[in-house]
Design a protein around this ligand. Structure first.
Ligand SMILES: [Zn+2]
Length: 196
């Protein structure tokens, strides 16, 4: 339908999470219309994000390249025996924003699908096990209340079974199908307090 450079842009934008073909098309035409200065800014920001971001060696959050650990892992004020396991960084931010949690985190980096067995490779299972062995007494499974989130929680529970730690899950309040990223602070706060 469109000249090939536009089609290419549409197909690239379509790969972004939650972006469908319609939105991708709007993005592509926005780029076409916008001035070169803004496009240059976008290009350099995209390059910068790839070149200047590192992952925290303990929790796998993104941090500036020159650092090894994030501010949460480095903090002397946090409870180092409690580890909250999340699917992605945005979930960590949601929990952190409640102000209710004072332990440390671990970002799995993905989910396990109940149907695709090889999916376990998509989560940092080995890294999590190693992390837990370093003094963690309670692991809170804060995966989303979605099919994938449930399957991931089950997978992690089995993984941690042989380790001598308490494993809890977020309590009621979060509705089925809901994602932590979109849950309001109050709901998340009470789910955290009601963990079991
Ligand atoms: Zn960290």
């Amino acid at each position: 339908m469109y000249p090939s450079p536009i089609n290419k842009l549409i197909s690239l934008f379509s790969r972004f999470p939650t972006v469908g073909p319609r939105t991708a098309t709007r993005f592509a035409f926005y780029c076409l219309k916008t001035d070169s200065k803004e496009i240059d800014e976008l290009i350099s920001a995209l390059k910068e994000v790839k070149e200047s971001i590192n992952l925290c060696e303990m929790c796998f959050r993104s941090i500036e390249k020159e650092k090894k650990l994030c501010n949460i892992c480095l903090s002397g004020q946090r409870d180092k025996e409690t580890l909250c396991i999340v699917e992605k960084e945005a979930d960590l931010v949601s929990i952190e924003n409640t102000g209710e949690y004072n332990g440390l985190y671990f970002v799995l980096g993905g989910t396990v699908s109940p149907l695709r067995k090889e999916d376990f490779k998509k989560v940092r299972a080995k890294e999590l096990k190693e992390r837990i062995k370093k003094g963690v007494k309670e692991a809170i499974l804060a995966t989303n209340q979605t099919t994938e989130g449930e399957a991931t929680a089950l997978f992690i529970t089995r993984l941690l079974k042989e380790l001598d730690i308490k494993t809890t899950r977020l309590g009621r309040g979060l509705s089925t199908g809901s994602e932590l990223e979109y849950a309001d602070e109050e709901t998340l706060s009470s789910a955290l307090k009601g963990r079991r």
